[in-house]
Design a protein around this ligand. Sequence first.
Ligand code: IMP
Ligand code: MG
Length: 175
Amino acid sequence: MIKIIDKDFIPYISAEEINERVRELGKEISLAYKDEKPLLVSVLNGAFIFTADLIRTIDTLVEVTFIRVASYEALKTTGKVREILGLKENVFGRDILILEDIVDTGRTLEHLLEAFKDLGANSIKVATLLHKPDAQEKAEKPDFVGFEIPNKFVVGYGLDYEGMGRELKDIYQLR
Ligand code: IMP
Ligand code: MG
């Protein structure tokens, strides 16, 4: 068990299990994109470790870039607005693969799908290390999923609790 700030976490998915699953995802993605040169869009901060490991298991040509999703309340009218920051690449006509650490409610994913559609992407798919199907409110499902997990808070392998715990090699679950 480990303590991060005020919470206890217990080991949940080991580094070995993660590495094995990431390699399988890399194979699936390589096969799916063997005839295209997709633009892989990694969503910071959480997806940075997943991205670094995943792309080194891909054996077809890909381009990789990083974005942030800024979310803020929009003057109490439409609720949360999510804006994409840091995207310099031309998306029009490209095959986009979004790389996420986790799909929880699916709201971030929904906004990203809309944004890339508006930018004229040819195709948009999503690879996420973790998916909480029981938490998901939105209909869009990720195309490549590492692990489906119950609706419990997790940290490690890029995922944080209050900014901490991203460096952990294994994934831990809130006790
Ligand atoms: P969404 O609810 O699907 O929009 O997910 C929003 C973001 O919340 C994710 O990209 C993560 O950064 C964060 N998040 C959701 N669940 C967890 C968790 O269990 N641990 C750490 N971060 C999480
Ligand atoms: Mg995230």
